[in-house]
Structures are given as C-alpha cells and as structure tokens.
Design a binder for this molecule. Structure first.
Ligand SMILES: C=C1C[C@]23C[C@@]1(O)CC[C@H]2[C@@]12CCC[C@@](C)(C(=O)O1)[C@H]2[C@@H]3C(=O)O
Ligand SMILES: O=C(O)CCC(=O)C(=O)O
Ligand SMILES: [Fe+2]
Length: 373
C-alpha cells in the first residue's frame, strides 16, 4: 500500500458533520441543539465525586533522576501525567495561545472561510467525534496538519505569516518533546530504539507525524447542561496538552470517577493515546478524558497529537509478547486507526483486538457512547 500522509486519513471516510456554527458570545441561554438533557452512559457509570477525591494526576519533573520509574508508574496507573521542566519556552506556549485567541475571536463567517472539509483533517469546525452525538458540544476547534498557510491566508489576509511562524516554531519544539516523551515511556517498559521496527539501523527514528488541535470553550450560561468535549481517548501515541489558566479537563480513573486535571503554571498534560496502548500490549492504557465548561471563563486548550510515521504498522512490541502474554491487537497504521475511530469511536480499540481478555471483560476503554438528548 502506498505510504499516505495524515492529511489523507479521511479521504476514504468523509464525515459530514452537523455544521451549526453559533456565535457563542451572544448567547444568554443554551439552545436545545447544545443542551445535553440526559447524562450519557459513561458519566452515569462513573459519577463525578470530585469533592471527595484526594488522588490527583501525577506531576513529574523531567529533570528528576527517577524519571523512568515515575513515568512508568503514571502511565500504568493513570494513563496521564503532567510534566514540568519540559524545555518548551512558556513564551512560545503563550504565543500559540495568542494565535488561538485571535482565531476564535474572528467573526463566524470569517472562520468558516477556513472550514474543514468532510474528507479533510485541517481547518475550522466542530470536533470529529460530534457525529456520534445528537447534541452539539460547547466548543469550537481548529486542526492543523502540515502547513496552516492556506487556511491562515483566508483568515488573516494581511498578517498571516506572523501566525504561521509561531505555529512552525511550536511544531519544531513540540516534535522534540514528543519524541523524548515517547522514548521515556517506552524506556520505562524496557524498550529501546532497536526494539522498534520504525527506528533506523543506528536507532534513529523516521519522523513521527502530528496534528495540532486548537480548542476553544466559551463561557457558558449553564455549564451543567453543556459538554465542552465529550469523553474520548486520543488516537495517538501520546498527546501533549497546554491549557490556559482555566480548569476543564477531567480524566476517568477506574474505581474513582472523573478527576479534574487543573492547569499548573508552566506544566503540560501528557495523555497516553490508543497507539501506545496497542504498542504496550495494553500495559499502558489510553486515558478516557473530556472537557467541561465554565460559567464565567473562556477556556483555551492546545493539543499536540503525536503519532508514528504514517506508513508504519503499529502492533504490540515483540519484547512484551510471550506465551503468557499473547498479542492483544492486530497491526494497524495510524491512518487506518483514525478511520476505525471515525467508524467505531470509543470501540475503535476493541475493533482491532484479536485476543479476548483473560478476565472476560472488554477493554478498559471500550465505553458505550450513547446518543444523548
Ligand atoms: C490526528 C487526529 C486525532 C484526532 C483526529 C485527528 O485527525 C485530528 C484531530 C484529533 C481530535 C482532537 C479533538 C478530539 C478528537 C477525538 C477529535 O475529534 O479530533 C481527536 C482525534 C482523535 O484523537 O481521534
Ligand atoms: O481541552 C481539553 O482539555 C481536552 C482537549 C482534548 O482532549 C483534545 O484536543 O483531544
Ligand atoms: Fe483528547
């Protein structure tokens, strides 16, 4: 099969999303289209009991000498961590936040000039997973894969180059951090570059791919009736998330429920994605997470979704497989997995599973996505 870039992922599987674009800033009340009148199944099974929760997502200093052990524990027990001392200049993160703020504050008609097409990846629009719900989410998104130049030229005909420069610089820095984190996570499982088939003969790796997702969650008149971004896992190796100084991210911790991940100054959230779940043969489970909204504050988040080179087949690493640990997932490329996600949403991992779990249970992340409203 010819090698295809991430940009081509949805060519064969266009998603025609319900395109109702609101001017959130003018709304005093939530319209029916955005009112989540009924709790979805995931939330009913795992009620939020935040006031009693004492556990919190591990915060890991990347310069700590025990880094491998700390990262391994966090990936195994939480599937998510926050990192500090990560080397990304705060000024760069704030500049991307500035680009994002300028973008989302443009008039709706202007933003729609850079709308994502049904078979495309990049551009402005509602989250791709929106097609699984009858109600719309209280958010807007802008996805960037490759150069944002064409879209940015539509948005800011006069000064698009300065916005492109910020995104380019951010991509370079985040790519370095994402690679480093990937090798730390794999290293904590005893995996080195020579154990992976996409690393070259000297252990150098072919370039991974990435998507940048800018998310905007406007202040909401009735946050209890709205959903910022519905519960999902990321179809990545890992995702690095920057949040402005407003809470909203929650992760599901088995046996506890939804746990808030508050922004910490200078910190970045790192999620284990479905492809690392597959590579680690389920040892590092991808984390189910969602974003809730706020009555008074506009929240912005910037997700760097990192994955393998698009031609590479991802399957459980040989070293982690044996007679007592059969491979749980079949090989799949990133693009193929994105199509599986577009078809099966939170059952995508189960759709690539080849071996029934020994305890007879479904995958931890195999949640039902029930239509709401
Ligand atoms: C590479 C990708 C992962 C993603 C789909 C995408 O093609 C680009 C956007 C990503 C995103 C961000 C918001 C949540 C999410 C589920 C969605 O709808 O779009 C993820 C997708 C994913 O991880 O599956
Ligand atoms: O806004 C957030 O905190 C979550 C964003 C997210 O999960 C995503 O972009 O995949
Ligand atoms: Fe996510």
């Amino acid at each position: 099969m010819p090698s295809r870039s991430l940009t081509d992922a949805f060519r064969s599987h266009p998603v025609h999303l319900h395109q109702k674009h609101l001017d959130f800033s003018s709304l005093q009340e939530i319209p029916d289209s955005h009112k989540w009148t009924q709790l979805d199944d995931i939330e009913q099974q795992h009620p939020s009991v935040e006031s009693f929760i004492t556990e919190s997502v591990p915060v890991i200093d990347l310069s700590d000498p025990n880094i491998l052990q700390n990262i391994g524990n966090a990936c195994k027990t939480w599937g998510v961590l926050q990192v500090t001392n990560h080397g990304i200049p705060i000024s760069l993160l704030e500049s991307v936040e500035g680009v994002s703020r300028s973008l989302f504050s443009l008039p709706v008609q202007q933003k729609l000039k850079a709308a994502r097409s049904p078979d495309g990846v990049s551009g402005y629009g509602v989250a791709r997973i929106s097609s699984f719900f009858s109600k719309l989410m209280w958010s807007e998104g802008f996805t960037i894969v490759g150069s944002p130049l064409e879209h940015f030229r539509q948005l800011w005909p006069q000064d698009y180059t300065k916005f492109c420069d910020v995104i380019e610089e951010h991509e370079k820095e985040m790519q370095k951090l994402a690679r480093r984190l990937t090798w730390l996570m794999l290293g904590s499982l005893g995996i080195t570059k020579k154990d992976l088939n996409w690393a070259g003969p000297k252990g150098e790796s072919k370039e991974g791919g990435a998507a940048l997702q800018l998310n905007s969650y406007p202040a909401c008149p009735d946050p209890d009736l709205a959903m910022g971004l519905a519960a999902h896992t990321d179809s990545t190796l890992l995702t690095i998330l920057y949040q402005n100084n407003t809470s909203g991210l929650q992760v599901l911790k088995e046996g506890i429920g939804w746990v808030a991940v508050p922004p910490i100054p200078g910190g970045l959230v790192v999620n284990v994605g479905d492809l690392l779940h597959i590579l680690s043969n389920g040892l590092y489970p991808s984390v189910l997470h969602r974003a809730v909204v706020n009555r008074t504050k506009h929240r912005l988040s910037i997700a760097y979704l990192y994955g393998p080179p698009s031609s590479v087949q991802i399957s459980p690493i040989q070293k982690l497989v044996g007679p007592n640990h059969p491979p749980l997932y079949r090989p799949i490329t990133w693009n193929e997995y994105l199509v599986a996600k577009a078809k099966h949403f939170n059952k995508a991992l189960s759709s690539v599973r080849i071996c029934a779990p020994l305890n007879g249970l479904v995958d931890v992340n195999d949640h039902n996505s029930v239509k709401v409203g």
